[in-house]
Ligand binder design. Structure first.
Ligand code: BG6
Length: 484
């Protein structure tokens, strides 16, 4: 249930994430009547803005990021009236006293759920939490939300988790992976576990392999300094792609609870076959689009903007089934999808010469369009013999559900207010993901240092480096063209 009093404090309140995602998401929820009179939003930043100045900044952000047809003047005013702004530099002593005053001096202060959203550099996570604690602004009802990156590797992720964990208990910590808030991603669990027909086939006996693609057309834009330090493996694979893999591969929990889904995802991460240096050399590909180094103004950059790799989940259900993952920036299209490719039928009863067949494939379309396509083989109509032809069953969410599909943050932010951590990453998950990713990072770093190796360049607007195609073709498979 929603708490009657809630102060939603965003550190980084004038930043890109806050203006582009968080405030529009809160606007939509407010417009739907989900925020209560006792809910306030406090933007904290280093900008010298008073509350009025902040309100105008947010007003123009809403005008930019909310489609015109969804901007209702009364709803905009209502959201703006909830806003406050405080100038504060987390490294400096000033401003905290005012924050304390604002949060303590309100009706229902003792029962207020305080949400602290850390949309700032990870180096500030620990110090900010400590300061809040010293000021007595953290109690059993308080929650903290962390944006990625949570660490740069396992040790730094642990350090961040330890620092935050000294102030907040694990059940108060909400680590965002916004992919888990996407409608199509949540639907993956429903598709698998609220239907009977898929699950018996969802294993190594019937599945040949799985492909997970997250392709973006955008480059790194204004995020150069962060991105050049991170790269696609840290930015996308360690979190979003591994989370998608977990949802595809996990066992059904007995019920959807705060810990049950996360327990099952953790088991998948722990079952990922660790990659040896030889495995990394054979089964991972890193690429960088042409012009990337200039864009980030770092001519010697070795950072990858594309990754393809082959993973294996070593358990009873999946042993021997490759999971091919790829993600890249400046690709030919924006398309995220999961493809489950089934094995050929056990016996070919129709002569192959009669038409063409292809193995069954289930495409789960994550974005931009949400939906599912099941590729089957059918009889081509005609009076002659039986000729086989591939056909597809198409389900488009936009057509099936004639309603607005909320942004991932809308669901996730309200889950924080409600105190439901199911769709957030638990500490052990984040750390297990780093544990798997680290040997790849280490081997790449070693090759860069010893062999002066760089990621393979690919043309901007292409489907990535050629080595990515080789990775699957070597196994007698091909990347499925995205089916959007
Ligand atoms: C973020 C990454 O987590 O996800 C970005 O840091 C990436 O680099 C973004 O562009 C992709 O999110 P979406 O929702 O646009 O697929």
């Amino acid at each position: 249930a929603l708490p009657e009093h809630c102060d939603f404090t965003v550190f980084g309140g004038t930043g890109d994430l806050a203006l582009r995602k968080l405030l529009p998401a809160l606007y939509h929820r407010d417009r739907e009547g989900q925020l209560l009179p006792g809910h306030r939003i406090v933007g904290v930043s280093r900008s010298a803005l008073d509350t009025d100045g902040y309100r105008s900044l947010v007003r123009s952000a809403l005008e930019t990021h909310v489609p015109a047809g969804e901007l209702e003047p009364a709803a905009v005013e209502r959201l703006l009236s909830r806003l406050h702004h405080l100038e504060l530099d987390a490294h400096q002593p000033e401003g905290w006293h005012e924050l304390h005053g604002l949060l303590k001096d309100r009706p229902g202060a003792d029962q207020t759920v305080r949400v602290y959203y850390l949309a700032v550099a990870p180096g500030l996570f620990g110090p900010t939490c400590e300061r809040l604690d010293e000021l007595g602004l953290v109690d059993e009802r308080s929650r903290v939300v962390m944006e990625k990156p949570i660490g740069h590797d396992l040790a730094s992720a642990r350090a961040v988790n330890d620092a935050v964990g000294r102030v907040f208990a694990e059940h108060q910590v909400f680590r965002i992976d916004h992919y888990l808030g996407k409608e199509s991603v949540q639907n993956l669990l429903v598709t698998r576990f609220a239907n009977a027909f898929l699950e018996p086939l969802w294993n190594s006996r019937w599945v040949d392999h799985v492909q997970i693609t997250v392709a973006e057309t955008v480059g790194v834009g204004g995020r150069g300094p962060y991105y050049d330090n991170a790269g696609a493996l840290r930015d996308m694979v360690q979190n979003h792609l591994l989370q998608l893999l977990c949802l595809v591969a996990m066992e059904p929990p007995t019920y959807v609870g705060r810990e049950t889904v996360r327990d099952e995802k953790l088991k998948v991460l722990q079952a990922l076959k660790p990659l040896t240096p030889a495995d990394v050399d054979r089964d991972t590909v890193r690429g960088a689009y042409e012009g990337y180094a200039d864009e980030v103004d770092h001519p010697d950059s070795r950072t990858e903007t594309f990754v393809a790799l082959k993973a294996e989940v070593q358990n009873w259900r999946w042993a021997g089934v490759p999971f091919y993952l790829r993600t890249g920036k400046r690709m030919d299209q924006r398309a995220s999808e999961i493809v489950v490719v089934f094995k050929e039928p056990p016996h070919a009863m129709f002569p192959q010469s009669e038409g063409t067949t292809a193995p069954n494939r289930l495409h789960i379309l994550v974005q931009p369009d949400e939906g599912m396509k099941l590729h089957l083989t059918a009889k081509e109509p005609g009076p002659g013999g039986i000729r086989l032809r591939p056909v597809s069953l198409d389900l488009s969410y936009a057509t099936a559900f004639d309603q607005r599909s909320p942004d991932a943050y809308e669901r996730l932010l309200m889950d924080v207010v409600r105190g439901n951590p199911t769709l957030f990453m638990r500490r052990d998950e984040v750390e297990a993901a780093w544990t798997w990713v680290e040997p790849i990072l280490a081997r790449w770093a070693q090759r860069s240092a010893e062999l002066e190796e760089r990621p393979e360049t690919y043309p901007a607007g292409s489907s990535g480096p050629t080595a990515a195609a080789d990775l699957v073709e070597r196994d007698g498979r091909t990347w499925q063209e995205t089916d959007q």
